[in-house]
Design a protein around this ligand. Structure first.
Ligand code: AP5
Ligand code: MG
Ligand code: ZN
Length: 214
């Protein structure tokens, strides 16, 4: 599981780490955004919270993850990005996994400061085609607005506006940061410096996984 503030690079790193481990990446933010784009009842419900930088209610989120973990590709392991992010979600996940006879192996905390978060989120672009995450300055595609990987159109997320970013940081500090202690107490937490080139962060993450047998 990955934990860290908005813009820490969870989605960017999840792609490489999941490939390294050969497991699916499960991003609750991505699942909510796909539902918003398709206009499903879940998406309609989630959108108001997302646009305000608030968390979607725990019950809704936990039910969604329970369904996702029941899909066959999650049977041999998975990487969680953006879930859990409240203590009740973490407790529900512990219970859900215990019922399945399993548990989390490792929690990687991506450590970056707020100024870096603001720089990263204000320049983020995402591909509509393949979901690859770009940055106009730190990880720019060859042609502005076009994904190098699939030729898809790049868009800016609705919640990457200055006021919404500030609210997301407040919500992180209040609701999600306590999970660092929650998993620390379980002996599962490893913090890594998430600044510097993307590949360096990936290497730090893979080293941390290796020392835990991953
Ligand atoms: P979610 O999609 O999870 O957003 P988030 O936690 O705010 O995190 P981000 O996706 O913004 O950042 P990231 O850490 O993935 O960074 P990224 O790799 O993109 O959640 C969105 C909303 O959905 C929530 O606000 C909430 O409403 C709802 N939600 C989701 N999960 C929920 C849950 N469990 N419970 C309740 N509600 C939930 O990188 C950011 C930028 O930085 C990119 O442009 C990237 O190119 C760049 N970058 C990455 N690494 C580097 C680097 N090393 N150097 C320079 N730039 C870099
Ligand atoms: Mg993300
Ligand atoms: Zn693409």
């Amino acid at each position: 599981m990955l934990v860290g503030p908005p813009g820490a690079g969870k989605g960017t790193q999840a792609e490489f780490i999941a490939a390294h481990l050969a497991v699916p990446k499960i991003s609750t933010g991505d699942i909510f955004r796909a539902n918003v784009a398709q206009g499903t009842p879940l998406g309609i419900q989630a959108k108001q919270f997302m646009d305000a930088g608030q968390l979607v209610p725990d019950e809704v989120t936990i039910n969604m993850v329970r369904d996702r973990l029941a899909e066959p590709d999650a049977g041999d392991g998975f990487l969680l990005d953006g879930f859990p992010r409240t203590t009740p979600q973490a407790q529900a996940l512990d219970k859900l996994l215990a019922d399945l006879g399993t548990g989390l192996d490792l929690v990687l905390e991506l450590v970056v400061d707020d100024d870096e978060v603001i720089r990263r989120l204000s320049g983020r672009r995402t591909c509509r085609g393949c979901g690859k995450i770009w940055h106009v300055e730190f990880d720019a595609p060859n042609r502005e607005g076009v994904c190098d990987r699939c030729g898809g159109e790049l868009f800016q997320r609705d919640d990457d506006k200055a006021e919404t970013i500030a609210e997301r940081l407040r919500v992180y500090a209040r609701d999600t940061a306590p999970l660092v202690d929650y998993y620390g107490a379980q002996g599962k937490l490893v913090g890594i410096d998430a600044t510097g080139p993307v590949e360096d962060v990936t290497n730090r993450a893979i080293d941390a996984l290796r020392s835990y047998g991953g």
